[in-house]
Ligand binder design. Structure first.
Ligand SMILES: Cc1cc2nc3c(=O)[nH]c(=O)nc-3n(C[C@H](O)[C@H](O)[C@H](O)COP(=O)(O)OP(=O)(O)OC[C@H]3O[C@@H](n4cnc5c(N)ncnc54)[C@H](O)[C@@H]3O)c2cc1C
Length: 270
């Protein structure tokens, strides 16, 4: 088929994500008033492994009306139900994957409106969902001289996991923006690590405090930078690092985790 053929479809097909596995909520634990830990389990998690920190899973959220999971079909570009409707699928950080009990945790920000936030706020043991993944995580350079981690509340689970696995003794600075003071969590305590919490000023666009903190941070040569949060904010951080500092791109991982004012927006990566 040539490109002049009227049947030629120039749309690129995307690689099909890993199949959905049905899971059941077995535990729900509030971490803060803004963050809830949900343990998902089920026999279909056999073989589900996550080798890197700050990886991702797609969570299929069943319609609130039925709570029943119907696995959508991949049409070459996206998942759709057979009637053409788009399922609610959101991305989370898989935590504490336990191959023996076939369970893992996610921690969801209760930020207000949103299929996942509503589902997480109301989740109870026995609720059904499905997960697909994992998506790639962060490759830690064991020889890095220092780390700078930054994020908003959506990145707290990933940052907490990173602090568990970054090389002990490597100087690490962490900046986290929270929308309200009680969103602060206890993070793993490590030597040579400082954690600074930044309150988002009332009425300011998300990421305002995080962008300021990262742009103010002094970066020792070779520092590896990992930042995740609202897409426009991390784009400003990206521009700062690439245009105004000499940090090599290869030393940075900057991920848009959500888009202000837009539902279900996925990641964009550096
Ligand atoms: C790789 C990766 C890992 C992620 N890990 C986590 C995680 O572990 N925990 C987690 O909570 N999130 C995580 N996220 C972010 C999460 O996928 C998004 O926040 C998602 O949009 C939430 O879906 P929702 O249905 O609640 O809201 P949506 O329906 O997507 O959005 C509804 C409205 O809420 C706003 N909104 C969305 N998310 C937030 C937020 N966090 N804070 C304030 N407003 C928001 C949107 O701008 C929109 O206006 C991750 C994202 C990626 C790409």
């Amino acid at each position: 088929m040539s490109s002049s053929d009227p049947d030629h479809n120039p749309a690129r097909l995307r690689r099909e994500p890993p199949q959905f596995r049905r899971v059941t909520v077995i535990r729900v634990e509030p971490v803060t008033p803004r963050l809830v830990r949900i343990t998902l389990a089920g026999p279909e998690l056999a073989g589900f492994t996550v080798d890197e920190p700050a990886a991702s899973v797609r969570l299929l959220i069943p319609p609130a009306a039925t709570g029943a999971v119907v696995i959508p079909a991949w049409n070459g570009n996206e998942f759709l139900y057979t009637d053409g409707r788009r399922p609610a699928i959101r991305t989370f950080t898989p935590l504490r994957v336990d191959a023996d009990s076939l369970a893992f945790d996610i921690e969801a920000v209760i930020h207000g409106e949103g299929a996942a936030a509503r589902w997480a706020a109301a989740a109870e043991p026995g609720a059904a969902a499905a997960v697909s993944g994992p998506g790639r995580g962060y490759t830690v350079d064991p020889d890095a001289p220092a780390f700078l981690l930054g994020g908003d509340e959506s990145a707290i689970p990933a940052i907490s996991q990173l602090l568990d696995v970054l090389p002990v003794g490597t100087p690490t600075r962490v900046h986290i923006e929270v929308a309200q003071p009680d969103a602060r969590v206890s993070l793993p305590v490590r030597e040579y690590t400082t954690v600074e919490w930044h309150d988002l000023p009332g009425g300011a666009p998300p990421g305002t405090a995080l962008v300021a903190a990262i742009c103010d941070a002094e970066l020792a040569p070779g520092t590896r930078v990992w930042v995740a949060g609202e897409a426009a904010a991390v784009q400003r951080i990206r521009r700062h690092l690439f245009d105004e500092t000499s940090v090599p791109r290869a030393h940075t991982t900057i991920r848009g985790y959500w888009k202000h004012g837009r539902a279900g927006a996925g990641a964009d990566d550096t």
